[in-house]
Design a protein. Structure first.
Length: 334
């Protein structure tokens, strides 16, 4: 497989001096998310690992919550090297800038983890919708797992194939603050394909989340309006439904910025490739940004910060919505 190309960009001197406060703030947030998210999601994994049940539907959701917590742990743990880039004011990057293997691993992980996280929540949302519309049905965990595995394999293939044949590479950019997969040797057509597939990969899972959310809310409203007085089981169903709805809504909110950014970027890229090639010129990618602040912070905020924040905030949902999780945390710390 092709070696990582660590790209050394022009020194970020005068133009970044006015943004050092922003670098300090973002770097601090990344490190805070790293410490809190790693600890909180590790505890979440331990909790869901222990919550076994003889009910197949409860086991179905336990598996999904455990998978979400595992992916969230990986996402939060990878925020440290990005924080290190910003806290050094882009002058040094010990983890990503000086270790090609670490850069390669980080770039590949972030081609998969954000989308996988959304896919798992989409599966959770659709599962809850199915169970509300068919209360006596049995959720098919193995069938859902096959679909997720196929989707993950398609993501891995989409990333690995261009790297294996030398049409893409993983680069580190001080300007962005992280590593990413891009076309090799400034091949604009390859870059176009990479970005389109990335947009598709990020946006597609939001569709089943929205569909499941609408179906769940409709059925939830019908059940609360027309059913008999509440029983303990119905109260538990209501709480579980609200928890999944809150998590799904959070994922939509936190993933909309990167999807919108990618939509604008892909639209600009298509137009620029056509225009520049028509005039026999090379694309200047910095022209996409309206000002220097957007140049140095837009992708880090939408593509990394929002995803990491989402992975941290999921643990707050567990604490607020799951009484057994509160007891579990209380017993550990108190």
């Amino acid at each position: 497989m092709e070696q990582v190309h660590v790209r050394t960009e022009d020194p970020l001197t005068d133009i970044l001096k006015e943004y050092r406060t922003w670098d300090l703030v973002l770097g601090g947030l990344y490190l805070m998310f790293f410490v809190y998210g790693t600890l909180a999601n590790t505890l979440s994994m331990l909790f869901f690992q222990r919550q076994r049940s003889d009910n197949p539907n409860q086991e179905h959701f336990r598996f999904l919550y455990l998978a979400v917590a595992t992916v969230d742990l990986l996402i939060c743990s990878t925020s440290f090297p990005v924080g290190e880039v910003f806290l050094s004011w882009r002058r040094g990057a010990v983890v990503l800038g000086e270790h090609p293997a670490a850069c390669y691993a980080w770039g590949l992980l972030w081609e998969v983890l954000p989308s996988l996280s959304v896919v798992l929540v989409a599966a959770m949302m659709l599962s809850r919708a199915v169970l509300l519309w068919q209360p006596h049905g049995i959720l098919r965990t193995r069938a859902m797992l096959r679909v997720i595995v196929v989707y993950v394999m398609s993501m891995v293939t989409r990333v690995a194939l261009p790297l294996l044949i030398g049409r893409a590479k993983v680069v580190f950019s001080k300007r962005a603050g992280y590593c990413f997969v891009t076309s090799s040797d400034d091949e604009d057509d390859v870059e176009k394909v990479i970005q389109v597939f990335t947009l598709f990969q990020l946006a597609l899972p939001i569709v089943p989340i929205v569909v499941g959310l609408v179906l769940t809310l409709v059925r939830f409203y019908q059940m609360r309006r027309f059913r008999a007085p509440s029983t303990r089981r119905k109260v538990m169903i209501d709480k579980a439904t609200v928890t999944v709805v809150v998590m799904s809504s959070m994922y939509i909110v936190f993933n909309v910025p990167v999807v919108v950014n990618y939509c604008y970027y892909c639209t600009w890229l298509f137009r620029s490739i056509h225009s520049y090639h028509y005039h026999g010129q090379r694309i200047e990618y910095t022209e996409y940004y309206s000002n220097s602040f957007m140049l140095y912070y837009s992708w880090s905020f939408t593509y990394v910060m929002c995803v990491v924040a989402n992975s941290c905030f999921n643990t707050f949902v567990y604490v607020l919505r799951m009484t057994p999780f509160k007891i579990f945390i209380y017993e550990i710390f108190f």
